[in-house]
Design a protein around this ligand. Structure first.
Ligand code: BGC
Length: 760
């Protein structure tokens, strides 16, 4: 609907009516106004399926919703690194929403996986903001192409469930920009989600819902967001302050309580009526965008969408280990499927994203035509302790077979919205089962169902590991097809699997003290930390194997010297050197070779998934811009590149860099200098203009070169020139007064010097 028309409609509303539009009509609907022909429209959870609730509404996934199709959760989707695939899935979700009359699907959820313990990691994409933002962007593009909105969430720095409604994430400006905001930024600026959902928590003391800095200054002014911001369910703390900060829609309904406060505030002059008008306009703009583009022919074809869920799942299962090429198995071999998850896979997480799946295919069901499969339950999913009899039966089955596949992972009770994990282990009975099976059977493969990393104390005793994540309702068929080579695995890890929990950079500060969570690791999240510390990890970020092999060659940069305003074209050839068709995820990292700023060793700046037939070579191209080389400079509050050499690296994973080429990037931005008498000589000397001035002064004064040097024999020299220079580097300018002696400059002259330095 045109802006003028919207304004006209709003002009016909009473203040009370306008206030009522600022919160939901009920749990899942925006406010309607039949007298003006304004419908109440529905929003529903997801986003890896549709959780449309008609009655008994709740935001924790406790009550039922319509039968729908459960796609792989965010953790797995990100492992596909496949934008196209996720976009297609988004189109299907959009279509499902059209068929069900849902105006906005509440996702994608892009919060960074700061700690492996966050209960909602399974919904989130990555420890890396580029991966999170790109995956979210693909989903948004797909859904919205069907004229249904998305709600990128939970904005901002909501990286744990412990005290999620009250805790304050204490994050420094650079980490916010480079990691936590960056996860949203690309998706918001490039793919324009219709809505944004703010989180429950506070950011540096201010609730997300009333955080003007992020809801208005960054989101709208800097990033150009033009939809509406809604609250997470119950995230509103002070409705009037929230409205002023840029929170348009409170969800769910406040039962009229906050509407009254809004009206009162306008009446007593503490809130401008235009602020209310603006929020209503933003909401109605989206309501009508949906209403005016309804697809009356849309159908929710669950069986068809199930097939797509299977295709997606195939690309989300990561082959972590494949010693002696144990996989794929031949269907002629007798294989024991062991573990309750073979029969009842854990394929989605708990909470508001919980889908009422219309069908679930387990690996056992997928194997029904293979008479060489035998099955033993091995353990009970919701139990920590070993069931002796189940263990014995499993060991017996493994002994009788040519190989064993153990389906293991985390039970529902370990991982969910609403609480965090307290450790990174799998249930004791499952670890024991794997150890016992490995004792009697040399060909063991473990298939993991979990939303976040687990410790694998048995890793050296098994030959194969498949990380199936929470792969959606078709996960069993996808896993079966990968195990038996009908599908070639092509996913890679969007996160690091540390050896143990204590290795994680957030370990000392997760989940914080009472309501304070200090993000003391700063920008060093995930591989940015493990790489800098040169730490061994269980499986690195970006790792994932294939049944074929890929070679990288001819990495080319279209220039070896650019300005930070230029774009750099990068290309390389990738060849499938094996004898199966496969897909490779090529990763481009950039490293600042010399920096005065503390930076990660390297950062992922681009990636692409490429499909290759045996023997085939394709050239993959990327374009890097300023952001690929920049860090966030907190002095100028902007992205900045330090002039110098950068390495552009192509890798199969963050720990398997194959090719590297250097480029010199020249900064076009001069950071204003501000020297004081406390500035060190070293800092001053780094600035070429300032250096000239100081050198001249030294040459002329007794303090430096002007002083007559005394004759010294080598053995009486207490400090070499090099040592002197090193010591001087950290001397503040005012030191010239103390150490320059009588012949040095006085206070007035020193101040003049500082003034002169500040003019360079
Ligand atoms: C969750 C959101 C969800 C909302 C509605 C909240 O508890 O944090 O992700 O969309 O409920 O169910």
């Amino acid at each position: 609907m045109k802006k003028e028309k919207l304004k006209e409609l709003i002009g016909q509303m009473t203040l009370e009516e306008k206030a009522s539009f600022c919160s939901g009509e009920d749990f899942w609907h925006t406010q309607g106004l039949p007298r003006l022909g304004i419908p109440a429209v529905m929003v529903s959870d997801g986003p890896h399926g549709l959780r449309k609730q008609d009655e008994s509404a709740d935001h924790l996934g406790l009550n039922g919703s319509i039968p729908a199709v459960c796609f792989p959760a965010g953790c797995g989707l990100a492992a596909s690194f496949n934008r196209q695939l996720i976009q297609e899935m988004g189109k299907t979700l959009g279509q499902e929403c059209q068929a069900e009359g849902v105006s906005v699907i509440l996702g994608p959820a892009v919060n960074i996986k700061r700690s492996p313990l966050c209960g909602r990691n399974f919904e989130y994409y990555s420890e890396d903001p580029l991966v999170a933002s790109e995956m979210a962007g693909a989903l948004i593009e797909g859904v919205q192409s069907k004229n249904v909105g998305t709600s990128i969430k939970h904005f901002l720095a909501n990286n744990q469930e412990t005290r999620r409604m009250s805790c304050s994430s204490q994050v420094d400006e650079r980490a916010l920009r480079e990691i936590y905001l960056a996860a949203f930024e690309g998706a918001v600026t490039k793919k324009k989600p219709w809505t944004v959902m703010c989180s429950y928590n506070r950011i540096n003391g201010v609730y997300a819902a009333e955080n003007k800095k992020y809801l208005t200054d960054v989101l709208r002014r800097e990033w150009g967001f033009d939809g509406y911001v809604m609250s997470d369910w119950g995230a509103v703390n002070d409705r009037v302050a929230d409205l002023e900060a840029g929170l348009d829609l409170e969800m769910p309904s406040s039962m009229g309580l906050n509407d009254k406060l809004i009206v009162e505030a306008v009446r007593n002059g503490t809130l401008k009526e235009e602020t209310v008008d603006q929020a209503v306009e933003r909401i109605l703009n989206i309501v009508f965008r949906f209403e005016e583009n309804r697809d009356k022919n849309a159908v929710f074809d669950r069986d068809k969408d199930h097939e797509q869920a299977k295709q997606v799942a195939e690309e989300t299962i990561v082959l972590l280990k494949n010693e002696d090429n144990i996989l794929p198995f031949s269907e002629n071999k007798k294989i024991a499927f062991i573990g309750e998850f073979a029969e009842k896979p854990r394929y989605q997480g708990g909470g508001s994203s919980h889908i009422n799946s219309h069908r679930v295919v387990s690996a056992l069901k997928a194997a029904r035509d293979n008479t060489n499969i035998i099955y033993a339950k091995g353990y009970l999913a919701e139990q920590e302790e070993t069931d002796g009899q189940l263990l014995m039966q499993a060991v017996q089955a493994a002994k009788e077979a040519d190989g064993a596949v153990i389906f293991a992972g985390l039970p529902d009770s370990f991982e969910s919205e609403g609480f965090d994990r307290t450790h990174m282990s799998m249930p004791e009975c499952q670890n024991k089962l794997i150890e016992e099976i490995a004792r009697v059977q040399p060909n063991v493969v473990v298939v993991l169902h979990n939303g976040s990393p687990v410790e694998m104390p048995w890793i050296s005793r098994v030959k194969g590991v498949l990380e199936a994540y929470l792969g959606g309702q078709a996960v069993g068929s996808a896993a079966y097809d990968i195990l038996f080579g009908k599908v070639n695995p092509s996913a890679k890890l969007p996160e690091t699997f540390p050896v143990k929990l204590e290795d994680n950079p957030s370990y000392l500060n997760f989940p914080g003290e009472k309501d304070i969570v200090a993000y003391k690791e700063g920008i060093f999240v995930g591989y940015r930390y493990y790489d800098k510390k040169k730490m061994d990890v269980l499986f690195p970020f970006g790792h994932g194997l294939s049944y074929t092999a890929f070679e990288y060659s001819h990495l080319k940069l279209d220039s070896h010297r650019i300005k930070d305003t230029d774009k750099l074209k990068v290309s390389l050839d990738v060849t499938n050197t094996g004898n199966r068709a496969g897909k490779e995820i090529v990763q481009i990292y950039v490293s600042d070779k010399e920096s005065t700023v503390i930076r990660p060793v390297k950062e992922l700046r681009e990636f692409a998934k490429v499909e290759l037939q045996p023997g085939e070579t394709k050239t993959v191209s990327f374009t890097l811009d300023k952001r690929a080389f920049a860090y966030y400079n907190t002095q100028i509050h902007d992205w900045h590149v330090e002039s110098g050499d950068f390495a552009v690296m192509a890798g199969r994973s963050s720990r398997d860099i194959v090719l590297s080429e250097d480029v010199y990037v020249e900064s076009t931005v001069t950071i204003p200098v501000h020297f004081t008498t406390d500035s060190t000589l070293g800092d001053v000397m780094e600035n070429p203009g300032a250096r000239q001035i100081v050198e001249k002064l030294f040459a002329e004064s007794a303090f430096g070169g002007g002083q007559k040097e005394e004759e010294t024999s080598p053995d009486t020299v207490a400090a070499s020139d090099g040592m002197m220079e090193a010591m001087m580097r950290y001397m503040p300018l005012r030191g010239i007064l103390s150490f320059g002696g009588e012949a040095a400059i006085g206070i007035d002259q020193l101040q003049k010097l500082v003034d002169k330095l500040n003019q360079v």
